[in-house]
Design a protein around this ligand. Structure first.
Ligand code: HEC
Length: 118
């Protein structure tokens, strides 16, 4: 009887271990799916953007928007709109279409972390 009790408690620990391992795998997977932007990768990808939006995200031209300090989610939404064609601009639409979903999240993380002009 005591032996049985021992096995029971051991299998509980084993099951808890499996549950914990599954939880870890699932949380890592959902982290990857959530596409958290990487500002360092975004900086590299943003080299092409700086021609118009400026090296520090402050535009070089009075008619072009600054991106430094812009809200991350807003940048993502605008780039997706340019891709879908729900927002169009002769300069921006083509550029946006060259970006992958990961690029969009990375450049959005990068520009949103830059200091806005004052
Ligand atoms: C050839 C010049 C040019 C390049 C290169 C360029 N943009 Fe733009 N971008 C513009 C212009 C012009 C607008 C304003 C569009 C409009 O009036 O609708 C704009 C708008 C935007 C907006 C919307 C800003 C807002 O306030 O609504 C975002 C976000 C953006 N660009 C991101 C990028 C990113 C990221 C890159 C690089 C991958 C990039 N742009 C490259 C010219 C450019």
């Amino acid at each position: 009887m005591q032996r049985l009790q021992f096995y029971k408690s051991k299998s509980k620990v084993f099951l808890a271990g499996i549950a914990l391992a599954m939880f870890c795998v699932m949380s890592v997977a959902s982290f990857a799916l959530a596409e958290v932007g990487d500002p360092a990768a975004g900086k590299v990808r943003a080299a092409v953007c700086t021609a118009c939006h400026g090296p520090d995200g402050i535009s070089v031209n009075d008619n072009w928007p600054n991106l430094a300090g812009q809200k991350e989610n807003y940048i993502i939404e605008q780039l997706e709109s340019f891709q879908k064609g729900t927002r169009t601009n002769p300069l921006m639409s083509g550029v946006a279409k060259m970006l992958t979903q990961k690029d969009i999240h990375d450049v959005a993380a990068y520009f949103s972390h830059l200091k806005p002009c004052n």
